[in-house]
Design a binder for this molecule. Sequence first.
Ligand SMILES: Cc1cc2nc3c(=O)[nH]c(=O)nc-3n(C[C@H](O)[C@H](O)[C@H](O)COP(=O)(O)O)c2cc1C
Length: 353
Amino acid sequence: MLQLGSITIEVPFVQAALSGYSDLPMRRLARCFGATYTLNEVMLDKLVVQPGKHRREMLSVTADDHPVGGQLMGADPVVFAQAAFDLAQAGYDVIDINFGCPVKKVLGRCRGGFLLSEPKTAIEIVKRVYDAVGATHPVTAKMRRGMDDEQESEHNFFTILDAALAIGVSAVTVHGRTVEQRYVGPSRWEFLSQVKRHVGDIPILGSGDLFTAEDCIRMMEITGVDGVTIARGCIGNPWIFEECLALQRGDALPEPPSIAAQREGILIHWYDALEVYGRDSAHKIMRKFGIKYSEMHPSHLDVRDAFIRARSAEEFEDVLDQWYDPSVDWPPVSRRTSPGDLIAAGATLCDVE
Ligand SMILES: Cc1cc2nc3c(=O)[nH]c(=O)nc-3n(C[C@H](O)[C@H](O)[C@H](O)COP(=O)(O)O)c2cc1C
């Protein structure tokens, strides 16, 4: 169990905020497979407060999507706090502050990971957000371990962390890579141990290099973090949540999902995408997920190409009928163990504007 302020999360395996991915259908799917807490894609504060289509979309929270974290990114503490208030009013259960996004455009606009080098502004954002919503909603933060490997970056990290906890932040997610690293090179799990020792009982969620259920359990055991946020490891692989739960219970790792099970999982995702985006658009949104799903298919490259070529809902369904036909005697399925190729999958990496 994971305690985020007043909210009890039954399962410590969380679906991470994933720009371009963790939309309503992906969050519902993660819940189907055992995640009880999920986060929306990061939202830009300016777009939340500005009347229009983006605001309407971002402020729509459905009754079956709880508890859900609304993650915000911004540079101006006043706008940030207004956006946090709006998200809380709209029904988000937790407000998460992004101090981690490494995308060049985001850094250039003094948002996301940039704020790790500006403790004064970062702390002012936390304070304003807490003042705006802290009485009714848990406020959490997502931080990378620093801007770079310099000593000053580590010092800034702990300055922001300590201030955020003193203000009243309920939990912090720490990604063990620096902003400079982006997604290259290993996530430094020892840093997570250091943070956990530093904060004592305050919940810390770990992030970075969680591609299998064993990785998730290992991170919790090695570092002492209270939970994990699964990111690249759950795109096109919702089975990772039930695998984590099996290992947590002490059961053996389930067999990798058969083609029939994969078909069933993708269909849940697909029908939901149809409901949310409509028949004209669902296949466009689902293409990048299809590419990720294909990684667990014995004919990976053919299936991946078929998903890329699908130009309509009918063609998307044809791919499922041809490549996920449960009556065919498919070769054995292997579990996914690596991040896979996100660029081919159309990653947007916090590309929020
Ligand atoms: C495509 C993509 C989009 C992401 N979007 C967000 C985001 O919106 N908010 C956030 O805090 N982190 C975001 N992240 C970072 C992940 O949540 C996670 O911290 C990071 O990928 C490290 O975990 P991993 O190595 O297990 O993937 C994103 C990562 C990827 C790959």
